[in-house]
Design a protein around this ligand. Structure first.
Ligand code: KG4
Ligand code: ZN
Length: 332
């Protein structure tokens, strides 16, 4: 059974996993920098890169130890080649290239969002063509996946990503980064009390910055009137408005594209209300990713890596990490 050792370092998680081709996760180690970045209100790229340098060899060693394997036992080394913070991507890339060179193993570059999509294989086999809604700190995309090598973005955000807007609205409520899980929790206690506006966008595209401004204006108006802002109610109103946009666009795409399956992907896929809405509103077979693997991890990079391995798509020592990397044109 072939095994891949995978490395993820695109943002604020340093991760290494070893996965076998029958989708058995032999180890999956994630070292999160959240505690450090939360005091700054978001990810500080320079600090993130430095922390990857400190963590990467420890994380790789731990993954090997937990799987009870040596690097020589694995069949390929996969790593996130983009998109992400460039300094952070370089650290994972250098580690992967060093291991591949030293142990003479094939090297596989992986597009980060494909990792988020393929993690769903842990739940169930993917059925093509499928539609994926990829929602994370950096992305909000509707992706038409014709087969495991063909991806087409059919809708994207005109401004903020959904996770980014959760984090920004949370900051406005004096909640620490990452705000998504905190708003998710608060909204459960909230009531439909505030009305927020969200701009309309054409086709399958999204927009969240107007909604963020609407939250800010509400807060300022209440402040001016010496009225108290009920943060549970703001969390509720923001979440319902933002998620309605996601679900409505997804339903429209499902109506117009002939897809066999819908899959949710990315950090915001951990959101309990979004998962509930998918169950209530999506009328075709769907997969919700395992909660543990919604946010960044290296298991997802290994799973996507197997597709590249089987399709003979390899990186080499000259392959450059890319801060922005289109999923549709990417060879990775
Ligand atoms: O996929 P991810 O780990 O990193 C990126 O590739 O961006 O996603 C992180 C994002 C953050 O914006 C975080 O606030 C959001 O996912 N997130 C959530 C929840 N858990 C994480 N957003 C809403 N509800 C959640 N439960
Ligand atoms: Zn991610």
């Amino acid at each position: 059974m072939r095994k891949i050792l995978a490395i993820e370092s695109s943002c604020d998680e340093t991760a290494c996993a070893i996965v076998s081709e029958d989708l058995n996760v032999l180890s999956s180690v994630v070292s999160s920098q959240i505690d450090v970045h939360s005091s700054f209100g978001g990810v500080v790229p320079e600090i993130a890169s430095r922390m990857h340098v400190e963590a990467i060899s420890l994380v790789i060693k731990q993954a090997l130890k937990e799987a009870n394997l040596e690097v020589s036992d694995v069949d390929a080394i996969a790593y996130t080649i983009g998109p992400g913070l460039i300094g952070c991507l370089h650290i994972g890339g250098i580690a992967a290239k060093s291991l591949a060179y030293f142990y003479n193993k094939p090297l596989i570059g992986v597009h980060h969002l494909k990792g988020h999509i393929f993690i769903n294989e842990l739940i169930e086999e993917l059925k093509y063509p499928l539609l994926s809604l990829v929602v994370s700190g950096g992305h909000t995309e509707l992706v038409y996946v014709k087969d495991d090598m063909h991806f087409e973005i059919i809708g994207t955000t005109h401004d903020d990503a959904i996770g980014e807007s959760y984090d920004k609205v949370a900051r406005l409520m004096d909640l620490q980064y990452p705000g998504g899980p905190k708003i998710d929790k608060l909204a459960k206690e909230g009531k439909p009390h505030y009305t927020l506006t969200s701009p309309k966008v054409d086709n399958y595209d999204f927009s969240f910055s107007g909604l963020k401004s609407s939250c800010l204006q509400l807060k300022q108006r209440l402040d001016r009137n010496n009225e108290e802002l009920v943060i549970e109610d703001l969390a509720y109103a923001f979440q319902e408005t933002a998620l309605k946009q996601l679900i409505n666009k997804t339903k429209l795409a499902i109506e117009n594209y002939d897809v066999k399956q819908f899959i949710l992907a990315g950090g915001v896929a951990a959101n309990s209300r979004l998962r509930e809405l998918v169950q209530e509103e999506i009328k075709i077979p769907y997969i919700l990713p395992p909660l543990k693997y919604c946010t960044d991890n290296a298991t997802m990079i290994a799973l996507a890596g197997f597709h590249n391995l089987r399709n003979n798509k390899f990186a080499d020592y000259d392959s450059e990490s890319k801060a922005s990397l289109a999923i549709d044109s990417s060879n990775y």
